[in-house]
Ligand binder design. Structure first.
Ligand SMILES: Cc1ncc(COP(=O)(O)O)c(C=O)c1O
Length: 473
């Protein structure tokens, strides 16, 4: 009742029905008139007085504030305030920043927001050891240490940073110590912070063509100028760019498992890229997003591990090895850049939620993490085989599988002339989430195709999914 009264008076004042200086009824008489208790009326008046809509004068009672600005009372403002805020937007497009406009240019694939088979990047959620995880969450939330509830370090929870540094050193041949690890809310934030710290507007950034669309988004948000560099079996065609004298302030690269085509960057190209970066003072942003899953051979060592000049910013994530909604990733920051990265993080969102960092630390330290990865590696290897088999049986004449035996997705090329966006939309109507390959290109692609995630689907779903995919081509 108090809220209704408050709203009514506020609207009446803004709409000009009650004029500045006009007396409003006393609380007693209004309560009597409305046949309600005086308390809601008193509360509403008190709120309106506190917000400056009403004022009181000894002897004169309560009046509409005389200081309500005139422009609040003009007809357009009155009209706009009567309805919901959207009404004001109908006056026409309003000016936003160039970056804001640029960010909306990327294709939105809302039809892919279904949890059907082949969703790229989705792990096998039903195989996650949720009982263990819940126990650890309970352990930390039942009796939280002071440090878990207060403000934390912009770089992250120290024990987790130590666990990550140790893991990266042994498994990914990354050379770093714990002080260089920044815990982020996923790779995306790692890319965004890197772009913010390293790039000025209009700086050129080489990106893989085709490449990871969300990385494009992070660089566009920093005002960068994207330069697509084609990839072949050995990864990004670095030599061509250097020979043609193309310069760049930074390069974004997925050397261990190229996204989306899946090849591994050759040692020669890695050396070439590192030498070029040292010579020209460019930064290399290495996105190592799913290297834990390599089926035929041992995981490929990181590019960062070969870097002797600290030009590589190494970005990683727990989205694939744990689950995406955890929103935990990390950046390995060269030592001289630590103050800038830390300040950028402080400005962005201060630091990552400490509770899940503490839980994840225990999950790693107690061996659950390594065990989970080992299990998922076996499972994903089986699922990949199953998908390749299903494609061969059902769509051998239509899809050409590319990429190394690694990761959680594969790319499959469609026959020339077939529109992959149309196929993807038709597949979505059948409950299948197949990302169109063309959306990974900055320039119009020569071939279209589909990116098919296999980690989140079992054998039955894979075979059924491929059949549905066939019907969608
Ligand atoms: C190339 C690449 N990098 C990073 C990520 C993970 O992003 P995030 O850690 O922000 O969930 C993905 C997931 O789709 C990816 O495909």
């Amino acid at each position: 009742m108090y809220r209704q009264l408050y709203d009514w008076f506020r609207r009446a004042i803004i709409a000009g029905q009650l004029r500045p200086g006009q007396r409003v009824p006393s609380t007693r008489s209004l309560a009597a008139e409305l046949k309600i208790s005086r308390i809601p009326v008193l509360n509403a008046y008190e709120q309106l007085l506190a917000e400056g809509y009403l004022e009181t004068f000894v002897g004169a009672g309560t009046c509409v504030a005389s200081s309500i600005p005139d422009d609040t009372l003009n007809p357009a403002a009155r009209k706009a305030l009567k309805g919901s805020p959207e009404v004001a937007g109908k006056l026409g497009p309003r000016r936003i920043s160039y970056r804001g406009v640029a960010m909306t240019q990327l294709p939105v694939q809302s039809w892919l927001n279904i949890v059907g088979p082949f969703r790229a990047s989705l792990p096998a959620l039903d195989h996650f050891p949720i009982a263990v995880w819940s126990k650890l969450v309970a352990r930390h939330s039942r009796k939280p240490a002071r440090g878990i509830m207060g403000y934390g370090d912009a770089m992250g929870y120290r024990p987790l940073r130590e666990a990550i540094a140790e893991y990266l050193g042994t498994v990914r041949a990354v050379r770093c110590n714990a002080s260089q690890i920044m815990v982020t809310t996923g790779s995306q934030q790692g890319l965004q912070l890197s772009a913010q710290v390293l790039l000025d507007p209009k700086d050129r950034v080489w990106i893989e063509e085709p490449g990871y669309p969300s990385a494009r988004q992070a660089f566009i948000a920093a005002g960068a100028h994207l330069v697509p560099v084609p990839v072949d079996d050995e990864g990004m065609k670095v030599r061509e760019m250097i020979r043609r004298g193309h310069s760049a302030r930074a390069v974004y690269i997925t050397p261990s498992h190229q996204y989306p085509l899946g090849m591994t960057m050759s040692a020669t190209r890695r050396m070439l890229l590192l030498n070029w970066a040292v010579r020209t003072g460019a930064w290399i942003i290495e996105d190592d997003y799913d290297s834990e899953y390599r089926f035929g051979s041992r995981p490929i060592a990181s590019l960062q591990g070969l870097d002797t000049d600290a030009r590589v910013i190494y970005v990683g994530t727990f989205s694939k090895v744990m689950f995406p909604a955890l929103r935990v990733g990390y950046v390995v920051v060269p030592k001289d850049l630590l103050p800038a990265f830390s300040a950028a993080r402080d400005a962005a969102d201060v630091f990552s939620a400490t509770l899940y960092q503490a839980v994840l630390t225990d999950f790693i330290r107690e061996g659950h993490f390594a065990r989970h990865i080992r299990r998922m590696r076996m499972l994903y290897m089986e699922r990949r085989k199953e998908l390749v088999k299903a494609i061969r049986i059902e769509m051998g004449d239509m899809l050409e599988v590319t990429g190394a035996e690694a990761g959680m997705h594969l790319a499959a090329l469609l026959p020339p002339g077939i529109n992959d966006v149309a196929v993807s939309k038709r597949a979505a109507q059948r409950g299948i989430s197949a990302t169109p390959l063309s959306t990974c290109y900055l320039r119009p692609p020569a071939r279209s195709g589909l990116i098919l995630g296999y980690a989140g689907a079992n054998a039955l779903q894979i075979h059924d999914g491929v059949r549905k995919l066939r019907m969608s081509v």
